[in-house]
Design a protein around this ligand. Structure first.
Ligand code: FES
Ligand code: FES
Length: 164
């Protein structure tokens, strides 16, 4: 996307986002990070920012159903796409996957958990019965500094139709 400039200054453009089924319109620098817009302008702070470099998965959101790192995505690039955050997933109460995380004790500090849930939701929507190997592969971009990996894997597999 072209960024209009006058004398080197970024000129805000109108960006319309569809987040959790709701329309949000901003006059904004289209290169602002989606993660920051979600957190600071819309107030959806369930999306965490850890590394800010696409390496930890804490900022995962679903873009047209696919998990992406919102810290790497310019808000202008997200316009016209369907964005789902952890708040949208649990709008009607905890999802079975969230319940499974609790049942499996798959979190400690919880910082990574929204990103884990978002990524796993994207996986299970695309592949309802993943193998254990497929779960590991799909979740490989989500870091848990508390080391809850075995329990996270167990929680996801308990919600899948796969044989593990
Ligand atoms: S904060 Fe986006 S991947 Fe780490
Ligand atoms: S539960 Fe603490 S980083 Fe994952």
């Amino acid at each position: 996307m072209l960024v209009p400039e006058r004398g080197g200054a970024v000129v805000p453009v109108t960006v319309v986002l569809c987040v959790n089924g709701e329309r949000h319109e901003f006059e904004i620098d289209p290169l602002e990070r989606l993660a920051d817009v979600l957190r600071d302008r819309i107030g959806l702070v369930g999306t965490k920012v850890g590394c800010g470099e696409g390496a930890c998965g804490a900022c995962a959101v679903l873009l047209d159903g696919r998990a992406v790192a919102s810290c790497l995505l310019a808000v202008g690039s997200a316009a016209g796409h369907r964005i789902e955050t952890i708040e949208g997933l649990s709008r009607d109460g905890l999802t079975p996957l969230q319940e499974a995380f609790i049942a499996a004790d798959a979190l400690q500090c919880g910082f990574c958990t929204p990103g884990q849930i978002v990524a796993a939701t994207g996986l299970l929507r695309a592949e309802p019965a993943p193998t254990r190997a497929a779960v590991r592969q799909a979740m490989s971009g989500n870091i848990c500094r508390c080391g809850c990996y075995p329990k996270i894997e167990q929680a996801i597999l308990s919600c899948s139709g796969g044989d593990g």
